[in-house]
Design a protein around this ligand. Structure first.
Ligand code: KG4
Ligand code: ZN
Length: 322
């Protein structure tokens, strides 16, 4: 079995999967409530919480799998990109377990992990495909040719990530953190045509989401509480529609450009119901595997050259990809 660990942001996660990609245990402990009062993730608070949670979460995953550390043959861990203090907790835990058991260790890139959420059972996807990766930290169009090598980046955001736009929008609407799922829920009761929130069209296959957030800001500022309350759902629906349209348009454009026959969507924003409904032919990561989890990290670990004992002791984490 492969043990996966993920601590790059505010989810402490451990999972066990088989070599074939069957999920045996998948435990995610979200710190969202802890950070809600600050309106976003506080890196140092996240790191300290990971430290408290990482061992219990690993224990829980082993318990769920009715397994012991002796059943683990490979440890895969997110080494970046993410919050550096948070990452270091997972990396240190992974090193300790691998070292104690003389196991190999696979350093997994978080974005590779999101893509590898598509390679898990029961419905694994085979490359090549065009992948829209939309999360709180990234928005990318990737040309995925095989499961192991780094995909070609066709487009990326020049400012905010799509998930970040959802989170900032939710904050402006007073929905709290994390916002994507809350906007998604509220939008169901609203009219997406009520407000016109244009998304900037940048050249090529890149995205820009900072303008749409500013448009929402202008729409809500100086308004009375009563007005806001009445317009709440319409604002959420219109805002969501703008972001989803931009994602779908660019994805379709990229698919045409590279002649992709398959399109896949991964990352936290892939959980959005309107986005899922707008791409009915796309391969969508299962809901539980859209937001950060360790099953996807264990999945990616299968396609990474593992570092053998004890070479990984000097392994470092990285905050961003250069
Ligand atoms: O992949 P993820 O868990 O973490 C990162 O790697 O960033 O993505 C988290 C992001 C957050 O911005 C959250 O608001 C967004 O995914 N998200 C959603 C939904 N569920 C989570 N955005 C829109 N609709 C959702 N249902
Ligand atoms: Zn993520």
């Amino acid at each position: 079995m492969i043990l996966g660990l993920e601590t790059s942001c505010d989810e402490t996660a451990a999972a066990l999967i088989t070599r074939d990609g069957a999920i045996v245990a998948n435990v995610v402990s979200s710190q969202a409530d802890l950070h809600a009062r600050y309106g976003g993730v506080v890196p140092e608070v996240a790191a300290r919480r990971h430290l408290e949670l990482v061992t219990p979460v690993i224990r829980e995953a082993l318990g769920e799998a009715k397994a012991e550390l002796g059943d683990v043959e490979l440890v895969g861990v997110t080494t970046g990109p993410g919050l550096i203090g948070a990452l270091l907790v997972g990396v240190a835990a992974a090193k300790a377990i691998a070292w104690a058991r003389r196991l190999p260790l696979a350093a997994v890139d978080h974005l590779h992990g999101h893509v590898a959420s598509l390679y898990l059972e029961p419905d694994p996807l085979e490359p090549p495909f065009l992948c829209l990766l939309a999360s709180g930290g990234h928005t990318m169009l990737l040309d995925v040719q095989d499961r192991g090598s780094k995909p070609h980046v066709l487009g990326t955001t020049i400012d905010d990530a799509a998930g970040e736009a959802f989170d900032k929008g939710a904050r402006l609407l007073g929905l709290g953190y994390p916002g994507g799922a809350r906007i998604d829920r509220l939008a169901r009761d609203g009219d997406p045509g009520a407000f016109d929130f244009p998304v900037a069209r940048v050249p090529g296959l890149d995205f820009s989401f900072s303008g749409v957030k500013t448009a929402l800001l202008y729409a809500v500022r100086d308004k009375s509480d009563a007005w806001l309350e009445a317009a709440h759902a319409d604002l959420a629906a219109s805002y969501q529609r703008a972001i989803v349209r931009a994602l779908v348009e660019r994805t379709q454009q990229a698919a045409e450009q590279i002649g992709a026959s398959r399109v896949a969507v991964v990352g936290g924003v892939a959980a959005n119901s309107e986005l899922r409904a707008s791409l009915p032919d796309a391969a969508l990561a299962p809901l539980a595997l859209c937001t950060d989890n360790a099953a996807m990290i264990a999945s990616a670990a299968r396609y990474v050259e593992p570092v053998s004992y004890p070479g990984y002791l000097g392994l470092d984490a990285y905050a961003s990809t250069a």
